[in-house]
Design a protein around this ligand. Structure first.
Ligand code: NAD
Length: 470
């Protein structure tokens, strides 16, 4: 059973809101008591969720006859725009997990200044264990069940773990049947390009995740020629990054490990594999069945081709040997603790926790997935001079491109892939500059705390300006 992080997220929101209440000049409120009251009200709103909808999808299966599958759509907050968030198909889906992911969407969209609030959906099903016909039925029934709550001007779902453009296309088809004659292209994002999707959507999150790491290594590092100033924690991190630069300039590769080899992980691994600015070697990749490890580096293009055909990495040593990769097949969790400098987490939640945080060798952890590092582990890494680039900062490429796809449906014009990826990078970079400025000049908080702070400042300011805090 996966640990539920909803309480951790709420706890962090609470802590940040208490700090905002003490921030002089915030919202231009000069009266301290008034500012505390306003922040307390905002905290109450943002700690709680607007709407939790649970339903059961009834499907006639080939093996078991009728089954009833729990399904959710959870809308956390829409102060900054229409609800927005993916739909997850997984046998681990439960209400707390979906709610936590909805809250993170509100924060992510606010951090990146997108005109969206936060929502998330989930269906308690393993998509690999049902037939194509059953998957199609589940997808269509999801739209039927939640039809009053989704739509282009209200709540716009997208793919997430276990879902993809094929499923989203089916959902759009069902939406169109339910709402004949109405605009439908903006009802979902993550559609296939033929069906009105944005070019580059599938790769966007993986590309953005790797970009976030490369900006840290290049832009941030180079803006300090001689250490990061007085602050001990930041200096330790600067030294960590400097050590990796020295490795690369001595022609020693920076070792990268990637957990998860789906939409996000495979693309982030390919980006690292093809990166020419600094020497990198991908020593490990994993999925839910296995880790593939080679200290000489893995051929990611071959593995990507293999995964596209087999929907997984090689599961056994025999399967791996047939590819001549020189790779060892290890248990899935080995990817976390192998000898790497950079660990890209692109699978599921709660992978690095109190019980394994001290075994992590990587110095830089990048959260392509949502909430893979617990708050306790995050603080530990901060204290020992490692860098964690948090989810709501690093994995926003997907939702930024979703926004462009949604915008495309309104202006009735298709953007090219270069325009989409260029605009996504530009928007992410603007957020990075704001976060890095705030984080690297602060003394003791994690980068996640700084991201929450910037997001909650924006949300509180919108609540205040829209008159919701009286
Ligand atoms: P996906 O279904 O395409 O791939 C998930 C990968 O994780 C698969 O390789 C799967 O085998 C692996 N995995 C599952 N359980 C695992 C385990 N216990 N150990 C190791 N590997 C495991 O999903 P995705 O779209 O790549 O999403 C991955 C993560 O990124 C999720 O947390 C998702 O919420 C997050 N995310 C995705 C997007 C997006 O645009 N796809 C955007 C933001 C965040």
């Amino acid at each position: 059973m996966m640990k539920i992080n909803r309480e951790e997220t709420s706890g962090l929101i609470e802590g940040v809101m208490d700090d905002l209440a003490e921030k002089k000049g915030f919202l231009s409120i000069t009266d301290e008591a008034e500012l505390r009251k306003v922040c307390r009200s905002a905290k109450e709103i943002l700690k709680t969720t607007d709407k939790i909808i649970k339903s059961y999808i009834r499907v006639s299966t080939d093996k078991e006859g009728i089954v009833r599958i729990p399904a959710y759509r959870i809308q956390h907050n829409n102060i900054s725009g229409f609800y927005k968030g993916g739909i997850r198909f997984s046998e681990h889906v439960n209400e707390s997990e979906v709610e936590n992911l909805a809250i993170l969407m509100t924060l992510k969209n606010a951090l990146h200044q997108l005109p969206y609030g936060g929502a998330k959906g989930g269906v308690h099903v393993n998509p690999r264990k049902v037939t194509e016909r059953e998957l199609n039925l589940i997808s269509k029934k999801y739209v039927q069940r939640f039809k009053p709550d989704i739509g282009p001007d209200h709540d716009i779902p997208a793919p997430d773990l276990g879902t993809n453009e094929k499923i989203i296309d089916w959902m759009v088809g069902e939406y169109k049947t339910i709402h004949p004659g109405e605009p439908y292209l903006g009802s979902f994002t993550g559609k296939s390009v033929e069906n009105g999707g944005a070019k580059g959507r599938r790769e966007a999150t993986g590309i953005g995740t790797f970009l976030s790491y490369s900006w840290l290594m290049n832009e941030w590092y180079k803006s300090f020629s001689d250490g990061a100033g007085e602050n001990l924690a930041r200096n330790k991190q600067w030294e960590t990054i400097q050590r990796l630069h020295e490795k690369a300039s001595n022609k020693i590769d920076i070792n990268v490990a990637v957990q998860g080899f789906g939409n996000v992980g495979s693309v982030a691994a390919l980006e690292a594999y093809n990166y020419t600015n600094l020497r990198h070697k991908i020593v490990a990749v994993s999925d839910q069945h296995a880790t593939l490890y080679s200290s000489d580096g893995l051929d990611i293009e071959t593995l990507d081709q293999y995964a596209k055909i087999h929907f997984s990495l090689p599961k056994t040593q025999e399967e791996a040997d047939k590819l001549n990769l020189g790779a060892e097949v290890l248990p899935p969790e080995s990817v976390l603790t192998c000898d790497s400098d950079v660990l890209i987490l692109a699978a599921i939640e709660d992978q690095v926790r109190k019980d394994n945080m001290k075994e992590i060798k990587a110095d830089i952890l990048v959260e392509g997935a949502n909430a893979p590092v617990s708050l306790e582990a995050d603080e530990h890494f901060e204290n020992v001079g490692k860098v964690v680039i948090p989810d709501i900062l690093a994995n926003a490429g997907g939702v930024i491109v979703s926004y462009l796809e949604w915008k495309q449906s309104r202006v009735k014009e298709m953007y090219t892939r270069d325009e989409i990826i260029g605009e996504m990078s530009r928007q992410m970079k603007m957020t990075f500059d704001r976060v890095y400025d705030a984080y690297f000049t602060s003394d003791s908080d994690t980068m996640r705390y700084r991201c929450f702070m910037l997001a909650l400042e924006r949300l509180t300011s919108l609540l205040y300006k829209q008159g919701k805090l009286f």
